[in-house]
Design a protein around this ligand. Structure first.
Ligand code: FAD
Length: 461
């Protein structure tokens, strides 16, 4: 056993939260050592498996994460499923502190009849499919219909809409997977409706994503003018970011376009649009083929105004024919170990500034801590906060680091006993270079490996 008495911390999950927490800990103390355990053989969480392939600039954070991973006081152990291969309790025995940063891998269900029909997918699975998440490889979504309905109006919904409608020439140059590219090449989807239960002043997307939709080559927007009643008048009282977003939405929906834009829209072969004040009540089946043929939407009205406005049912319903429904109503964290406190109502680990309640030595960061909202920058801030809490606890003596801990030595031997082969960061670098080489051959930044088996084999190539 190693007897050095430096503080040993382990982080569970290698998405932005895991890496930003590790980065801040390493920077904060010259003696702290951080080990990162990751379920998959490849690091970076949703930066690899969530962020849209046509947003490569967002993935530049990987450079910073790589620097952290290569730091002499940081180690990466991929292919280790915490909760199954090693328990949180075992990690707590081996380390002075454990930070849970394993994200939000579940998805909220709509809770309506027909939800499990062929043709209905969660955005989480659909995104995982086009981004090469091994567990979504076999999704093979059926894109043979003309109209797709996306439920939810956040950035993930717009990512999905963009991928469904983007010209292939654009996607071909991204790291979207080859099977997804092939399926999209055969896609007959021409119309995408992005449905929200509230109004134009409550959409959850940001202005950049909305602007991208407006500029998407080969497409034109089609909205319902009546949905915007009262919106121009309310504009002046809106807070600034919301005001700019609403202005762009109004412009896209109602303004008569100039000559150039008119010409562009005239040539468009595909259509997208928001539909407001609608909640799903049922997915309608085609009786012959037992697959999705439409969606029944309840018509809502708003009670109150602003961000807190509530959707209230009017009693009216409307049926929209469509062959594809993608529900983008939120990711959800799941418990991974029965010994860890978990608030199943709000689906987060209960914590104060990252300190898990009633669990000394246990911390959390990222989407598991805050719930599945916010961009990478938000995750950075809340992860730094958690690291600060942990460092404070070391300084104040609340976290006892005087007794030496065995850290990865003991965990590695447990894993070996259990037949689990951990992937190191230099193994990942071999996977990375293989993927880049495969991509180069077809003009893409990378061609991802799609199965865990292939990933595990790549490091021996
Ligand atoms: P994750 O990124 O989910 O990381 C969690 C990690 O934990 C994963 O690697 C997972 O494999 C691992 N893990 C899970 N279970 C276990 C286990 N039992 N044992 C070990 N490891 C485990 N933000 C932006 O700023 N720009 C964007 O363009 C953008 N696009 C997005 C698109 C989508 C579809 C989604 C869903 C999110 C997007 N975001 C974007 C938000 C951003 O991805 C999140 O803010 C961020 O990834 C949250 O970080 P996290 O580390 O908490 O979770």
């Amino acid at each position: 056993l190693s007897t050095s008495s430096c503080p040993k911390v382990c982080v569970v999950g290698s998405g932005p939260a895991g890496f930003y927490t590790a980065q801040h800990l390493i920077k904060g103390r010259q003696d702290v050592e951080v080990d990162i355990y990751e379920r998959l053989p490849v690091p970076f969480g949703l930066v690899r498996f969530g962020v849209a392939p046509d947003h490569p600039e967002v993935k530049n954070v990987i450079n910073t994460f790589t620097q952290t991973a290569k730091h002499s006081r940081c180690s990466f152990f991929g292919n280790v499923n915490v909760g199954k291969d090693v328990t949180v309790d075992e990690l707590q025995q081996a380390y002075h502190a454990v930070v849970l940063s394993y994200g939000a891998e579940g998805n909220r269900r709509m809770g309506v009849p027909g939800e499990d029909l062929p043709g209905v997918y969660s955005a989480k699975d659909f995104v995982g499919w086009y981004n090469g998440l091994p567990s979504c490889r076999e999704l093979s979504p059926d894109l043979s219909c003309e109209t797709a309905v996306i439920l939810g109006q956040g950035n993930v919904a717009l990512d999905v809409a963009r991928i469904l409608l983007s010209p292939l020439d654009i996607l071909k140059k991204t790291d979207i997977t080859q099977p997804a590219l092939e399926a999209l090449a055969e896609s007959r989807v021409r119309k995408v409706l992005i449905v929200g239960r509230r109004g134009p002043m409550q959409v959850a997307c940001t202005i950049k994503e909305l602007r991208e939709m407006g500029n998407l080559p080969g497409t034109r927007p089609e909205m319902v003018a009546a949905d915007f009643e009262g919106v121009p008048e309310a504009l002046k009282d809106l807070p600034r970011p919301r005001k700019r977003l609403t202005e762009l939405l109004l412009k896209t929906a109602l303004e008569v376009p100039g000559e150039k834009e008119l010409e562009r829209r005239g040539k468009a072969t595909k259509v997208w649009g928001f539909r407001f004040y609608r909640s799903p009540t049922e997915i309608l089946a085609d009786p012959d083929h037992n697959r999705t043929a439409g969606i029944r939407l309840a018509v809502n009205r708003l009670e109150g105004s602003g961000e807190r406005a509530q959707a209230v049912l009017t009693g009216e319903v409307e049926d929209v024919p469509c062959g594809l429904v993608i529900s983008s109503i939120g990711y959800q964290s799941l418990p991974i170990d029965p010994t860890v406190p978990f608030d199943s109502r709000s689906a987060v680990v209960p914590n104060s500034v990252g300190r898990v309640h009633q669990a000394p030595g246990l911390y959390c960061s990222g989407w598991l801590k805050t719930g599945p909202t916010g961009v990478i920058a938000t995750t950075l801030n809340n992860s730094f906060d958690t690291a600060r809490s942990l460092l404070e606890d070391i300084d104040s003596g609340k976290l006892d680091v005087s007794v030496a801990k065995a850290g990865s030595q003991i965990v590695s031997s447990l894993l070996e006993e259990r037949g689990v082969k951990a992937v190191t960061f230099s193994d990942w670098e071999k996977i990375d270079s293989l993927e880049r080489r495969r991509g180069e051959a077809c003009g893409k930044p990378r061609e991802k490996l799609l199965t865990v088996e292939e990933m595990l084999k790549a490091d021996t190539v």
